[in-house]
Design a protein around this ligand. Structure first.
Ligand code: IPE
Ligand code: IPE
Ligand code: MG
Length: 249
């Protein structure tokens, strides 16, 4: 039976977040330049999105470029930005055909104008789609996002829009860039590193973490479904006891 067939379709995770790591090592292993790894990484992105759509996963968030990645060699950053333009332009027609909506989170103003333009067009053209939503985390870091949120909350208190007493746990997500999007059920990280690298720190408070040694360009449909199967075999207790969870109390 295929991995897809083994998935319990009545318990599909609503939101999967992915730290797509290992492009550089994948290229290096074959004595290729790191940029080849990024290119092949885009093929893997396509596979992951299609697999998510096939399983009717509502949201898939892809960590595409972190705030810290701006510190990489200028050549690599340039190559990544150029690749993004190409990928977005060539993939948009298929995204529309597959009813996939694209959203972006992150400090978009830092992106070069032509990259921003290509992205804007994709966001606009896929905005009518109602199937799976792909959220690209671009020039994103969780500490940046939380800092922004704090600044906005402070401004709203200052202007009288909200009171200090209104600042409750349930208010914070309204100020995050993931506003309106349910927290990830699973966080997948490829490439073997066991860390979060400044990704969705608030939102993954209760996500199931799944680490794999597979390098991102190797990631395929089965890799995603294996992670879903692993998730379906876990018991999410949210602080309760196992007995409470099985009695549904
Ligand atoms: C992830 O792969 C892609 C980005 C961070 C843009 P890496 O480029 O980090 O690949 P490794 O970790 O060096 O192998
Ligand atoms: C995390 O990968 C960021 C993305 C996948 C976009 P990195 O390769 O940048 O992470 P670190 O620096 O090894 O933690
Ligand atoms: Mg890396």
């Amino acid at each position: 039976m295929s991995y897809f067939d083994q998935i319990d379709k009545s318990r599909i995770p609503q939101h999967i977040a992915v730290i797509m790591d290992g492009n550089g090592r994948w290229a290096k292993r074959q004595n290729l330049d790191r940029s080849f790894g990024h290119k092949e990484g885009i093929v893997a992105v396509r596979r992951a999105i299609e697999a998510a759509a096939k399983a009717q996963i509502s949201y898939i968030t892809l960590y595409t470029f972190s705030t810290e990645n701006w510190k990489r060699p200028e050549e690599e950053v340039k190559a990544l930005m150029a690749l993004m333009i190409q990928a977005v332009a060539s993939e948009t027609p298929d995204l529309i055909k597959n009813n996939i909506r694209v959203k972006v989170i992150g400090e978009i103003d830092r992106l070069p104008d032509d990259t921003k333009k290509a992205l804007d067009l994709c966001l606009e053209q896929t905005s009518i789609c109602t199937g799976t939503t792909v959220i690209l985390a671009l020039s994103y870091s969780s500490k940046w996002e939380i800092t922004e949120a704090m600044r906005e909350i402070a401004a709203d208190v200052k202007s009288g829009k909200i009171n200090i007493d209104d600042i409750e746990e349930s208010l914070i997500p309204q100020y995050l860039s993931t506003k309106g999007i349910p927290d990830p059920d699973i966080l997948i990280r490829t490439g073997g590193e066991l860390r979060i690298s400044n990704f969705l720190l608030w939102q993954i408070a209760y996500s199931e973490l799944y680490f794999t040694d597979e390098l991102w360009p190797e990631f395929n449909e089965d890799s995603l479904y294996k992670a879903v199967l692993d998730f379906q075999n876990r018991e999410r207790r949210f602080g309760k006891t196992s007995e409470q969870v099985s009695n549904n109390s």
